[in-house]
Design a protein around this ligand. Structure first.
Ligand SMILES: NC(=O)c1ccc[n+]([C@@H]2O[C@H](COP(=O)([O-])OP(=O)(O)OC[C@H]3O[C@@H](n4cnc5c(N)ncnc54)[C@H](OP(=O)(O)O)[C@@H]3O)[C@@H](O)[C@H]2O)c1
Length: 271
């Protein structure tokens, strides 16, 4: 441990959504690597008593909260060496009855806010030729999740954003990782806002989601994969999760294309 600090001189990290699930595992991994971690979420006090841990209140859906949190990080940490845009939650509803007010909220939380946070620290990272931006997208960016249209759209947008930054930053010393997790056992489903009034297919999909997440791997697996990716020092898309989702699925999609993938997804989610 400590390899990230020794190899790249990293000392500080900002992790959004570090109070739970994947974000907590990423933040602990970085802390165990010797970095001071700023943990930003709506209720960061859940993990406040740990060493090298700096809780910051942040609600990504509230522009004022976002600005205040960024300002606090600037004041306390300057530009973090490692930025992990991880926080997020989904809204579950068939698009026909998707609540209109949740459309901009999902995009703000999962796409606009991570872009704004990155935009704040990006110039300084480039100037000092050092740093890593990790955008936690989802395999949903490649394999749409039924009844999660806005979530899927936002994650695809976030992956696209990361890939564009990889082009701009090639050879700069700044690493960009488009991290695409499969299903992990976290609080994600409990946090999902499931809208009432769904159709029978939505109920079947929801039951399937619960089965899949319950049997998913633990977040420490994703943290190990992220550590390995950071240590390589290269930009790229990194998939993490069980073998079927993270390795077989992406390979099969490349070989068989989107049409067949859609058929498989319909069976997988019992639509
Ligand atoms: N679990 C999976 O299978 C899976 C798969 C692919 C991608 N992901 C992605 O991984 C990321 C983490 O999810 P998770 O599975 O670890 O879920 P989780 O256990 O529910 O954690 C979500 C984190 O995001 C924070 N958060 C939620 N809404 C927020 C808001 N409005 N503003 C600021 N922070 C907020 C939560 O903290 P507070 O409650 O303190 O705000 C919590 O720390 C998400 O972006 C998710 O889309 C998860």
């Amino acid at each position: 441990m400590g390899a990230l600090k020794d190899k790249f001189g990293y000392r500080t990290a900002l992790v959004t959504g570090a109070s739970s699930g994947l974000g907590r595992a990423f933040a602990r991994m970085l802390r165990d690597e010797g970095l001071e971690v700023w943990s930003a979420s709506r209720q960061p006090e859940a993990s406040a008593r740990e060493e090298k841990w700096h809780p910051i209140v942040l609600d990504l859906t509230e522009p004022e909260s976002l600005l205040a949190a960024i300002e606090q990080v600037r004041r306390e940490a300057g530009t973090p060496d490692v930025l992990v845009n991880n926080a997020g939650a989904g809204v579950f509803a068939g698009f026909a009855h998707f609540p209109p007010h949740e459309i901009p909220r999902q995009l703000q939380m999962l796409l606009t806010a991570p872009i704004q946070i990155t935009h704040t620290f990006w110039p300084e990272m480039l100037a000092r030729k050092r740093g890593a931006v990790v955008n936690v997208s989802s395999l949903a960016a490649e394999f749409p999740l039924p009844a999660m249209s806005l979530y899927t759209a936002a994650k695809a947008g976030l992956s696209g954003f990361s890939r564009e930054l990889m082009l701009e930053s090639a050879g700069s010393g700044v690493q960009v990782i488009d991290l695409q997790p499969g299903d992990f056992k976290t609080n994600f489903n409990r946090a999902v806002q499931k809208q009432p009034g769904g159709e029978a297919w939505e109920e079947r999909v929801w039951t399937r989601f619960e089965e899949i997440l319950e049997h998913g791997p633990l977040p420490t697996l994703a943290a190990d994969d992220l550590r390995q990716a950071l240590l390589k020092g290269k930009s790229g898309t990194v998939t993490t999760g069980d073998f079927f989702q993270a390795k077989f699925g992406p390979l099969a999609q490349r070989i068989f294309g989107h049409g067949l993938t859609r058929q498989v997804l319909r069976k997988y989610f019992r639509i």
